[in-house]
Write a protein that binds this ligand. Structure first.
Ligand code: PRX
Length: 651
């Protein structure tokens, strides 16, 4: 509550610059028209966007068909994502873009590649043929477990070309996590690399794939990109080098004319149970949503160099490193490594060297750079920048102000964009040419999007008010389901309020209708802008032989937003010492990945529970945040005392 209050004390308002507004893709007049249409008839608004921003083989006549919770958008249209991201920029009136950079890529060791639209088209067609030659058919799932290298973009677009949904698994996930995702999606092919570079050293990936494929699996073939040139064992007739397959592949591969509701990709994200959810997105609606928002919110122009720092393993990378950006024929920059390697000014150096004009990153990164000191960005000429964005977590006004002053030189609008893996594209954000910003607020809904604040009882609350963030009407980029789990889809998102999507976030709306996102209200933590379920970490902990029971909560952290704190009850006879802490931390990293490592593990002989056996999470959250002052809380007795003290409260 204290955080909410301090956020809401923020009263500064920043108006869009006149020059920026005048040149913006969506000026004030357009926006006011679109807002009106979006409110009156969102289906008509989105159909207009679909026809304006997407090229169709068969133009849709239909807009939305909605039978809660199943939405179909533009269902009678036929479309292909790779055609929209590539072919239409090298033929017809935009053919001049053929030699424009589609991807500017920089590896961590400093190697670079610039790939034009024509070159990217050729590579994508070839790899699409490779996939076909490996037996991939329309509808088959292809898993991508790769570093941030151009081949990842090529593989994604190739999948879309032939209608094989991809499932990208972030390279930081462990072989266990990869195995779960491969099994759940029933992937037929995995594309990986020998390794990528992180913090100056090659980080192996192929061994994790080998471990994940032990025993029976749906995976038939593995394609390996040679990136780190580490020596990796290749299994006869299962594993193939990317280069060997590409050498003999034909560059001729017509795009599949897919129905708009054809599955485009699955992306796993954490929920409130131990099992990650495979979020399913489809083709025409998703493409309409990301292409339209990219054009309006990032104001993409022909001469922009756009850089989103997200890894493609997350939704931000799918929607706003690749699909939305290439659909607009813009230049997207990809950087493989860590932000501070070899020096803390690596990012600012990249911006200066490539002349980046639009920069989109996460508040966690901004807070890290604040701590590292202003001298690093100040060494570089950042004057090419004209627009800044943030995503993934609430931005505290201090970080916003620093971003505005030190990076934007008070000359760049900041778009704080709220959305989720499930929403596919941005939902709440300033439109940079028209909406005044307030530090810490994602401002107003995008036209055609209907978020609302609901009270606990499920009543819409008039602003100013705080409560649960919901979306009342379907939108084109929304998830179409959880892979293989209709029941969970219904319960998680549509079970709380009739016909209404529940986001899992709490938010406040001020009297001008501005949204202030307060973070998750469920058992999902937001660590450095990435979602980790408390249950996932708990299951990882109890899978260790020394752990009887565990409860995991988040505590506020200055840099990462939230840090993971685990309360662990060891099995009788376990030797509890600092080594056990290390062992368990490593174990979680092995089970899930380094991002899920607890910042703190506290051992206790019992966990505080309600009479009905529910763990008292609120109490543990207070303990983890250091708010509880009743004695030494790391021991059993104290926890029990606290438990008794709070029992009535929690029941
Ligand atoms: O809690 C919200 C937070 O990130 C969650 C979605 O996480 P994920 O699906 O991993 O996608 C992150 C990138 C889109 C949301 O439920 N979140 C995202 N953007 C913001 C945010 N919180 C506050 N402000 C934002 N701009």
């Amino acid at each position: 509550m204290a955080d909410i209050e301090s956020l809401l004390k923020e009263t500064r308002v920043f108006k869009p610059g006149r020059e920026f507004s005048r040149k913006a893709n969506w000026n004030k007049k357009t926006i006011s028209e679109y807002r009106k249409l979006g409110e009156k008839n969102p289906e008509r608004f989105w159909k207009k966007m679909a026809l304006e921003n997407v090229s169709w083989f068969t133009k849709p006549k239909k807009s939305l068909e909605w039978k809660a919770p199943t939405a179909k958008w533009f269902a009678d249209g036929r479309v292909n994502v790779s055609y929209n991201c590539l072919d239409r920029h090298i033929e017809g009136k935009n053919a001049w873009r053929k030699n424009k950079a589609a991807i500017i890529w920089e590896g961590e060791p400093g190697d670079t590649r610039v790939i034009t639209y024509k070159q990217l088209h050729r590579e994508v067609c070839k790899f699409a043929n490779v996939l076909k030659s490996l037996g991939v058919k329309r509808g088959d799932r292809v898993a991508l477990y790769m570093p941030l290298i151009p081949e990842l973009a090529i593989a994604m677009l190739s999948c879309t070309r032939i209608g094989a949904p991809h499932s990208i698994v972030f390279g930081g996930f462990s072989s266990e996590a990869l195995r779960d995702r491969l099994d759940d999606a029933g992937a037929k092919v995995v594309v990986t690399a020998d390794g990528g570079y992180r913090r100056g050293a090659p980080l192996p990936l192929k061994p994790a794939v080998d471990a994940a494929l032990e025993g029976s699996t749906s995976v038939e073939k593995v394609v390996v990109v040679g990136r780190s040139r580490a020596s990796v064992p290749m299994r006869w007739q299962r594993d193939f080098w990317w280069d060997d397959l590409m050498k003999v592949a034909s560059p001729d591969c017509p795009p599949a004319k897919l129905p708009a509701e054809h599955p485009l990709f699955i992306l796993y994200t954490s929920g409130t149970t131990g099992k990650p959810k495979g979020i399913l997105h489809t083709t025409g609606g998703y493409l309409t949503h990301v292409a339209t928002t990219s054009k309006a919110i990032f104001d993409l122009k022909e001469d922009d160099t756009y850089w989103c720092t997200a890894d493609i393993g997350w939704i931000t990378g799918h929607s706003y490193v690749i699909y939305g950006i290439l659909a607009n024929g813009a230049t997207t920059l990809m950087y493989e490594g860590v932000p501070t390697h070899p020096e803390p000014d690596r990012w600012w150096d990249i911006i200066e060297r490539w002349g980046v004009t639009i920069f989109y990153t996460a508040p966690t990164a901004i807070r890290t750079f604040i701590r590292l000191g202003e001298e690093h960005p100040k060494k570089h000429d950042l004057s090419s920048l004209r627009l800044l964005g943030t995503v993934g977590e609430p931005i505290n006004p201090e970080a916003w102000t620093w971003y505005n002053r030190v990076i934007g030189k008070k000359n760049c609008p900041i778009v704080d964009t709220w959305w989720q893996t499930e929403t596919g594209g941005i939902m709440i954000s300033p439109l940079p040419g028209a909406v005044s910003t307030k530090p810490g607020s994602a401002t107003l809904p995008f036209p055609g999007i209907n978020p609302e604040i609901y009270t606990e009882e499920g009543e819409p609350a008039d602003p100013p008010s705080g409560g649960f963030l919901v979306v009342r009407r379907p939108w084109p980029g929304m998830l179409r389901g959880i892979w293989g789990d209709k029941k969970r889809f219904k319960e998680t998102y549509w079970g709380n309020y009739p016909n209404t999507y529940f986001t899992g976030d709490g938010a406040h709306r001020d009297k001008e209708g501005y949204f202030w996102i307060m973070g998750r209200v469920d058992d999902v933590m937001n660590i450095s802008g990435h979602r980790i379920g408390t249950m996932e970490v708990e299951s990882a902990l109890v899978s260790h032989e020394t752990v009887a029971e565990s409860a995991v909560v988040g505590r506020p952290d200055e840099i990462t937003g939230t840090a993971i704190v685990a309360f662990v009850t060891p099995k009788a006879g376990t030797n509890v010492d600092a080594t056990l802490k290390k062992t368990l931390t490593k174990h979680v990293a092995r089970e899930i990945g380094p991002i899920a490592k607890p910042a703190d593990i506290r051992f206790t002989e019992a966990l505080p529970k309600t009479r009905s056996g529910k763990i008292m999470r609120r109490l543990l959250r207070d303990l983890a945040a250091g708010k509880e002052t009743v004695g030494d809380t790391s021991t059993l007795e104290d926890l029990n005392v606290l438990a008794r003290l709070r029992e009535s409260d929690e029941d």
